[in-house]
Ligand binder design. Sequence first.
Ligand SMILES: Nc1ncnc2c1ncn2[C@@H]1O[C@H](COP(=O)(O)OP(=O)(O)OP(=O)(O)O)[C@@H](O)[C@H]1O
Ligand SMILES: [Mg+2]
Length: 586
Amino acid sequence: MFTMPEKIIYALPEQIGNTELFVGRKMEFDYYLGDWYYYLINNMAQSQAIVARRKKGKTAFLQRLFNILWSCPDTGVIPFYFSVREVKTTLAEFSKSFFATFVNHYFAYRKRNPEWAAFPKAFAALRGKIEDKHLKETYEVIEESERINNWGQMWEAASRAPFGIAVVQNVKIVQIFDEFQNINEYVYNYRGEKIDSLSGTYLDLAEKREAPLIISGSEVHGLLEIVRRLTARFKERTLGNLPEEEAKEAIRRYAKASRTKINEQAEEKIWNLTQGDPLYIRALMQSEHNDTKDYTNEDNIIATYTREITQGEIYGTWAEYIVKVFLEVNERNAKRIMLYLFQTGEERTRAQMIKDLNLDMTDLELQMKLLQLIKADLISFGSTAFRYVIAQDKTYELVFRRLFQDEIDHFIPDIRKELRQEMGRTSYEKGKFREYLVRERIKKPFNLKDLAENGIDLTIKPKTILERYGQSGTTRSRDRPDRERQRRVVDRRERHEREVRETRCGSLDRDQKYDQRNKSKNPIRNVLTKRVHDFRKRAPRLERDLRAKGGRGVVGAHSKKFRTEYTESTERTQRNALETLGNAEL
Ligand SMILES: Nc1ncnc2c1ncn2[C@@H]1O[C@H](COP(=O)(O)OP(=O)(O)OP(=O)(O)O)[C@@H](O)[C@H]1O
Ligand SMILES: [Mg+2]
């Protein structure tokens, strides 16, 4: 089993820069240094493809994985990291560069000398410096093949070297390839033609258990295309946002590094806003627009984030990508469809889209359009291949809407307002969810000390408590606080009674029936309704008294007193009722 090194040696300089900034990814490390590692050393590991959207932290993770593996000298598991550059190159140059990087990383590990990884020697500079017999031979084959212009042979020798060495040296080589999609885009043959099938090299190499691959890349579409061509050679894994605890830790570290003041509330707000997306956190915390260096003030967070969404790094990353896709994809209707999916916030079928957007296209045409958007990773399939959905990511949505909403439906989103809502919304929902959990919890026997911080050790077995609100309640009315609902019930009844009295039409039956229907359901509610009703009867007298005392603003004072007295009585009643219910079966 893998044991974490006491100290990580950063042999490979990490793109993140300050290595202290890297946080978490516990789940991924648990897998790669757990099960996968176990398979690796037992010669069973399957090659992996890490697929994720732009800037989710793929490179950061892969480089840290390299350095962790590198820091364990006795395992015989040797990491090799190669990033396929986005630069046109010949197969000959590519082969030399690939082989040189491998040799450097191999020697760095073997000689325990990070310098080889930090400052790798070029192919030419390796001449005469390779002591290993097999690597020396391969070097000479590559040199010789270049002399006779046999580039294919050069690549053959270079690409097979990691597997060959793993076998003859009885070690494992973990081949970590970043930006792997570029392998089919930037390498040219001697006729100057692009070799768009170079990834085919790995049709067999990806199955070698002694030197499995972990590939990744920033172009999801290109990477997936390769992975699917190399059917079943790679196991796809995604890299999501940082989970809450890790994200908050990242926020704290970035705040420290950028000398920005934060507190617990700020952490919560930034978490709500970024949802743990590493790019969003980094962009906000290290923004050049973070002039105040104080995120304890919500306005500063909003001001900086707005700048990042409209012109900063977040804007740059998304807008550049979206616009590029729209240049490639026939954009007719594409923007409308995306805006529609953002606005619904749920999955929608093609039939619904055609109807709601009044699209003048056939189902097949729409299907093709949606497939293009899926390929570009702008939307995804919903629960079936007939349903489509767009990622719930407020930041992505705002960048998109700011770019296109005016053009589509002549509306300019108020980014600041929406960000403010987003920061508050999630905590409101969480509050509601907790409330729901408590409600569910007290339906079954419970101990007071488990529910309340200072609760006594007392088990309560409640009788069946029916839902406070009937099935018919709307979401809004269900969310309202109980006493507020009760007041509305009384108001409605009084209004109805008044109408019946004044117009002499209708009967009081409706509300009497309403009462009858509810009476048997919820004893707490019945008691409360009666209390409210009694209090209401006393209200005019109360108002008179207040007026006589010359109170400021009779109505205001009245409602304030009403609220205080009413709240107290409600709470008392609830307590009494709960006790009565509980005591019944203690
Ligand atoms: N685990 C992490 N902890 C802290 N910050 C992170 C983490 N992962 C990523 N980041 C931050 O997010 C930024 C983007 O990460 P990275 O470049 O690794 O993403 P990527 O997925 O490789 O992007 P691309 O798709 O462009 O290749 C990094 O510069 C880093 O600042
Ligand atoms: Mg990357």
